[in-house]
Ligand binder design. Structure first.
Ligand code: FE2
Length: 374
């Protein structure tokens, strides 16, 4: 079942205006090394830093940028800090999906009035480059949406950070912007979180996938995609469905100790170049069998890319009413089988690769079998 929500009226109001994704913050065990991993392997530039040297006595953060993507890599240097506890429970993962708004206090108050749970109240940070206003609301698991207002700020990231560069900068791989960020939630919780995004943040339900769309012989999952008013923010929410064996969502929930961000999809304008370079740098991807390429063009029709290039790089293809897309999924990025990235190139298609779900989930199951967690 696939349901596209129709905009029946031009007067539909955006009740919760969001300009886009401000940043994604990862809580990790070792920010220094993780930041270098994202710099060297994924081509991010180091632009700012905070830590004991800048007066942040308990936490260390590296700010990494590539085109419109901003990652913050954060650790605690004290075992009593909540970040240390977070990493102990969840492993390395995404803590914050930060939303860029024009008025953080107003957005926070609106969300709270509609039933959001506060992560932290609005506060203002100042330095010689201006001011940033921050507020936080909770979403699934221990994940937070920080609301970031930066219209009066001209510094490298936000007050408290100093500009910092690295000789490793300048090795981008063509990653452009965050296309979507997917949450895994517990059995029976998907609709609750969809309702949260609809009621509290004014998102619209874009697409529904049920276990008939996303199932293999062994495992199944259900997914709904919500999107904000301007369509720049897309959050698919997955929950496990009954299957013969343990689904990838169950495996995630088990290792992450609860709900959290499963994957961040990053867009490129040239997926073959991006993926070839990522592979050269040691990034590992899920593999679909070569047989996938034997009849894929029967399903997706004519494409601009050379099929042989896509086969060699193991890039997947899917088509919807508006065009096609190319996508590939990394293996887990950290030690636990939790967070991974999707690299996606859209050629008109606005969907999420439904035609690839089966091949993809079978690829994940092969990995699960190797880990002994299927
Ligand atoms: Fe995705």
């Amino acid at each position: 079942m696939e349901t596209l929500t129709k905009n029946t009226s031009q007067e539909i109001q955006d009740t919760f205006p969001i300009n886009g994704t401000d940043h994604v913050e990862f809580y990790v065990a070792n920010a220094k090394q993780t930041a270098l991993y994202y710099q060297h392997c994924f081509g991010f530039d180091l632009v700012a830093y905070k830590g004991p040297e800048t007066g942040s006595m308990e936490t260390v953060s590296y700010v990494l940028v590539q085109n419109k993507i901003r990652f913050i890599i954060t650790s605690s240097v004290r075992n009593t800090h909540e970040i240390a506890d977070h990493v102990h429970r969840h492993g390395d993962g995404v803590k914050v999906l930060a939303l860029w708004v024009d008025d953080a206090k107003d957005a926070y108050n609106k969300a709270m009035a509609k039933g959001a749970e506060s992560a932290f109240e609005p506060y203002t940070l100042n330095d010689e480059d201006g001011e940033v206003v921050l507020a936080g609301i909770k979403t699934y698991g221990d994940t937070v949406h920080t609301l970031v207002e930066r219209k009066n700020y001209n510094g490298p990231f936000m007050p408290g950070f100093m500009a910092k560069t690295s000789p490793a900068n300048g090795k981008a791989v063509g990653l452009q912007y965050i296309d979507h960020a997917v949450g895994n939630v517990e059995l029976g919780k998907m609709n609750e979180w969809v309702k949260f995004y609809q009621d509290v943040l004014g998102f619209k339900l874009l697409i529904t996938f049920d276990d008939k769309d996303i199932s293999t012989k062994y495992t199944a999952l259900m997914s709904k995609v919500v999107s904000n008013g301007n369509g720049y923010i897309k959050f698919p929410i997955n929950e496990p469905a009954a299957g013969l064996k343990k689904s990838q969502i169950d495996e995630y929930l088990d290792f992450y100790n609860g709900a959290g961000v499963q994957h961040v999809a990053i867009a490129t304008n040239d997926i073959c170049t991006t993926v070839a370079e990522l592979r050269n740098r040691g990034i590992e991807f899920l593999r679909v069998p070569d047989v996938y390429y034997e009849d894929v063009l029967d399903r997706v029709g004519t494409i601009q890319e050379d099929l042989e290039d896509l086969r060699k790089l193991n890039i997947l293809i899917d088509r919807d009413e508006e065009g096609y897309l190319l996508q590939i999924f990394t293996k887990p990025l950290h030690d636990r089988p939790t967070l991974f990235f999707e690299i996606i190139q859209r050629r008109g298609a606005k969907s999420f690769g439904k035609g690839n779900f089966k091949a993809l989930f079978e690829a994940i199951e092969r990995e699960q079998a190797i880990r002994g967690t299927l």
